[in-house]
Design a protein around this ligand. Structure first.
Ligand SMILES: *[C@@H]1O[C@H](CO)[C@@H](O)[C@H](O)[C@H]1NC(C)=O
Ligand SMILES: [Ca+2]
Length: 278
């Protein structure tokens, strides 16, 4: 009996050290990976869990590669896709137009994430809130790829998605990029900055109906920070909309939304300062 217990313990600790037991019970959005994909989490079994993909990139000496990792933005362990170019972005949204992943989802599904991390997905509003609320400022990256594979990008610095009590209100700072600024400027006066999140079952928008339910060719808009309604919407499955850059005339195929710490406030080291030699 005693010996069996000892063996059992040794077996358990082997499982734990190889990470085989470490994932499934803890990562709160593990439903974004199939059981098969869960084996390929790149930092499985590591003791130190990074706060986000940038943290991971930095501690790897800029060596970490793209893929799925465990991160811990606040108290919650989650899985996320890391795009390691430009210092490690944590991907919060990826859509392929007309793919089979449905973006017409409920408040609860947008809250906790849906889809597949290695494919089309929404990371989850709770985790987007945890990531962007610091410590430190975060920025939002947008990547749009049109049907001719032409890429446009943009960044809002800083970004904050407030908590669920605030209906995940979006707060955006200064914009720069090759895409138009479709979230804080719109010729038709649809502003997404400062809007609360709306889903088909929770209407927080400024329209007399629910913007998330409005259909284009039979497909509803999906969850988004609608005004009344949109100058941009990256969650409508059949048309990616970003003002003049992506719409039903100028078709886009893919988008990514991602976050990483802001580099607006950089620590200036004495060595970086130009010194006048007299
Ligand atoms: C997506 O499907 C719609 C409806 O079938 C079609 O009109 C549109 O061209 C498709 N979009 C792309 C980028 O292929
Ligand atoms: Ca409304």
């Amino acid at each position: 009996m005693k010996q069996l217990g000892g063996r059992m313990l040794a077996f358990l600790s082997l499982l734990i050290s190889t990470g085989a037991l470490a994932v499934q019970p803890h990562a709160k959005n593990i439903h974004l990976l199939s059981p098969e994909e869960q084996k390929f989490i790149l930092n499985l079994g590591h003791k130190e869990i990074p706060r986000d993909c940038h943290d991971l990139w930095e501690s790897s000496g800029a060596q970490a590669r793209d893929g799925v990792y465990l991160i811990k933005p606040a108290d919650t362990l989650i899985v996320a896709y890391c795009a390691m170019q430009e210092g490690g972005w944590t991907v919060i949204q990826h859509i392929t137009v007309n793919s089979s992943v449905d973006f017409d989802r409920s408040w609860e599904e947008y809250k906790l994430g849906f889809g597949s991390l290695t494919d089309n997905h929404w990371l989850g509003n709770d985790y987007i809130h945890q990531l962007t609320s610091g410590p430190g400022r975060y920025k939002l990256g947008i990547k749009l790829v049109d049907k001719d594979a032409k890429t446009k990008t943009g960044e809002y610095d800083p970004v904050l998605v407030e908590d669920e009590n605030a209906q995940y209100r979006l707060r955006l700072g200064l914009y720069q990029g090759t895409a138009v600024d479709a979230l804080t400027m719109d010729p038709e006066n649809y502003l997404h900055d400062n809007q609360r999140f709306t889903t088909k079952d929770r209407d927080n928008d400024n329209y007399f109906q629910n913007c998330a339910k409005l259909e284009f060719q039979g497909v509803a808009g999906g969850g988004w920070w609608y005004d009344a309604c949109a100058g941009a919407n990256l969650n409508r499955r059949n048309v990616i909309y970003w003002q003049k850059d992506c719409n039903k005339e100028h078709l886009c195929k893919y988008t990514w939304m991602m976050v990483k710490p802001s580099d607006m406030v950089k620590v200036i080291r004495p060595a970086d300062c130009q010194r006048d030699e007299l």
